[in-house]
Design a protein around this ligand. Structure first.
Ligand code: ADP
Ligand code: MG
Length: 482
């Protein structure tokens, strides 16, 4: 049977585990601080010792409700914690406490803009609270596995999407939007390296036009956007190949190996009845009142998509720019702080934040929060550009010096004599000299070879050390060469 990629549709549903940014664990007072000495932050409750009693941390409820309200989800007035029974070395108590049949957050919608500008409304099936398990450490000991239980009992909000995503790229757009959202809501620190935001991707394929979903495989725990995309793309191609050759996809859990860029079977899929879920007898049903929900609704911050619209409306930014600037809360805040202190236009300011600044941050592997150039300092530099004190080219030089020395734009411009030459008498004199010294090029230009114009501009810039006002140079040259 011959088959190619365009005969198939892919379907993706995501389960995202968001670590909630509480100081203490979901059912105990132990610290959730990342990076402590292994096994120094797991107490008897986290380990499920006989006779202990879990007590729900109320902050996690408020956080889950904040999230639910932000995606217009139904909030359940009553939700229930169950025990999910299974054995694994990082879960010594033999069960995980998780909301199962009655999650706190029901059906909602996440608005997503894809990389190529399409607007999606992705259904969120549910979001439920649960405790994290410990961690197996495979690299620390030679041919042995270590167990660190510090993570046991860290609160998680698991956010489950409908199987509505149709490509790896769209899945990543959804993840980035969700990541931005939980950071805006300040319910998660968003740290991907530390595992604060982890994703399982369910992937299936079906023949184009087939209304029935295909059998899915679930790729576990990928914690970088780039790897999620690669893992899904690999898995789609693998399933198409299996089906094209007459085989069938097995419902199973697979692991993504980033070094080899492939997914590998980990275990066949368990069914819910393998876990023997039952309501945790130590925890009462969780009851939340409408009054309390309404109270939380009044404290919601501006959400990423609201800010995106505001940036377009208030500053005339394009949807693309507004989307980039709101994809990360700190980036948008930086932009607005710079804009508040500058004479430059919103568009110029946005260009510098998304261009020069982001490029240098990326190059040095820094985040906007740790930028060596503050929003205030960038705003000042751009003011010098806006009022023609310096040219765009010089601004880039000054920007790099600011990055290296931490000095302000004014200090650098003054010390190095970089002020733009805007005086037309001075510029005319330079231009006259250049025209006089290059009769051949003048003749060429006048005979219609307009590209010689760039040569004259270059000469003026050379003579003035790059400081001539480019717009003025263009105007004067045109006039004199005509
Ligand atoms: P579990 O993984 O715990 O069995 P579900 O059956 O509810 O839970 O599914 C979890 C995720 O799998 C959801 O995000 C859902 O959208 C997605 N999903 C379900 N069926 C498919 C399918 N055929 N193809 C792709 N994703 C799917
Ligand atoms: Mg699952």
């Amino acid at each position: 049977m011959t088959s190619n990629l365009s005969d198939w549709d892919s379907v993706i549903g995501l389960e995202v585990h968001v670590q909630l940014a509480t100081r203490t664990k979901i059912f105990s007072g132990a610290s959730t601080q990342y990076g402590a000495k292994p096994n120094s932050q797991a107490c008897a409750v986290d380990l499920g010792f006989p006779g202990v009693l879990p007590v729900l941390n109320h902050e996690v409820l408020a956080m889950a409700v904040r999230f639910g309200l932000s995606i217009n989800a139904h909030i359940a007035h009553q939700s229930i914690f169950a025990r999910k029974n299974y054995f694994y070395p990082d879960l010594p108590k033999g069960y995980q406490i998780t909301q199962y049949e009655h999650p706190i957050v029901g059906r909602g919608t996440l608005p997503v803009i894809t990389e190529d500008g399409r607007k999606l409304e992705i259904g969120v099936t549910r979001a439920h609270l649960e405790e994290d398990a410990g961690k197996s450490l495979h690299d620390a000991f030679n041919s042995m596995t270590g167990i660190d239980l510090n993570r046991a009992g860290v609160p998680l909000l698991e956010i489950v999407s409908e199987p509505e995503l149709r490509s790896a790229k769209d899945a990543v757009a959804y993840l980035k939007t969700l990541h931005a959202l939980v950071c805006y809501l300040q319910i998660c620190d968003g740290n991907l390296q530390e595992g604060s935001f982890r994703c399982d991707a369910n992937v299936s394929v079906r023949k184009k036009g087939d209304p029935k979903l295909g059998t899915r495989a679930e790729i576990k725990n990928v914690n970088s956007f780039r790897f999620v995309e690669k893992a899904i793309d690999y898995e789609i191609a693998r399933q198409i190949e299996v089906l094209s050759e007459g085989g069938s996809v097995v419902q199973e859990t697979r692991l993504y190996d980033s070094a080899k860029n492939e997914t590998r079977s980990m275990r066949s899929k368990e069914n819910a009845n393998d876990y023997r879920y039952f309501p945790d007898p130590d925890l009462l049903p969780v009851v939340v009142s409408q009054t309390w929900i309404d109270e939380i609704a009044t404290t919601l911050p501006e959400l990423p998509w609201q800010k995106r619209e505001r940036l377009q409306k208030d500053y005339g930014l394009s949807e693309y720019d507004a989307n980039v600037l709101t994809s990360n809360k700190a980036l948008g805040d930086y932009f607005e702080a710079a804009l508040e202190r500058t004479k430059a236009s919103p568009k110029i300011t946005a260009n510098w934040v998304m261009g020069e600044l982001s490029a240098l941050l990326n190059k040095h592997n820094l985040s906007i929060e740790t930028s060596p150039i503050s929003a205030l300092a960038l705003g000042e530099l751009l003011s010098h550009l806006a009022d023609n004190t310096i040219s765009g080219k010089i601004a880039k030089t000054v920007f790099e010096k600011m990055w290296e020395t931490g000095e302000s734009a004014s200090v650098i411009i003054e010390r190095e004599g970089l002020v733009q030459e805007n005086d037309s008498a001075t510029l005319e004199k330079v231009i006259d000299e250049i025209i006089h010294a290059n009769p051949a090029q003048v003749a060429e230009y006048r005979s219609g070879k307009e590209r010689v114009f760039g040569y004259f501009v270059g000469q003026v810039m050379k003579q003035t050390g790059g400081k001539a006002n480019p717009a003025q140079v263009n105007g004067l040259l045109k006039k004199k060469l005509a």
